[in-house]
Unconditional design. Structure first.
Length: 116
């Protein structure tokens, strides 16, 4: 049995899945409905994902984003990305993408948006 917390799916509450990927809520969310999208196969970085895993990961992220935006009309955008490697902040070495819903006023606008 793997000691990877993401590989122990029986202990996780899945909020979505497809053949190759699954989604869970982040245990330490930075925003309400912060979701993690992961491949079922335990792999450290997204650079080793197969084409099928990449397609299904993005398809599941899209599905989750629609469900989040539908359930919360205040969601006006998302941050979507991964920390890759310890030095970049990856704490669990099973690749996972953060899908973070953003609502107006929940954070300062990025510098490129300040003039808009």
């Amino acid at each position: 049995m793997s000691d990877c917390v993401f590989c122990n799916k029986e202990a996780l509450k899945l909020v979505g899945q497809n053949e190759l990927c699954f989604a869970i809520y982040d245990k330490h969310p930075v925003a309400f409905l912060h979701t993690l999208i992961l491949p079922k196969r335990c792999i450290q970085t997204p650079f080793g994902l197969t084409s099928d895993e990449q397609r299904q990961l993005f398809a599941l992220a899209h599905q989750c984003s629609v469900e989040i935006a539908t359930s919360d009309p205040l969601v006006g955008g998302f941050n979507f990305g991964a920390n890759i490697g310890k030095i970049a902040g990856q704490k669990i070495m099973h690749v996972h993408f953060h899908l973070i819903p953003r609502r107006k006023g929940d954070m300062s606008p990025p510098p490129a948006m300040e003039d808009l």
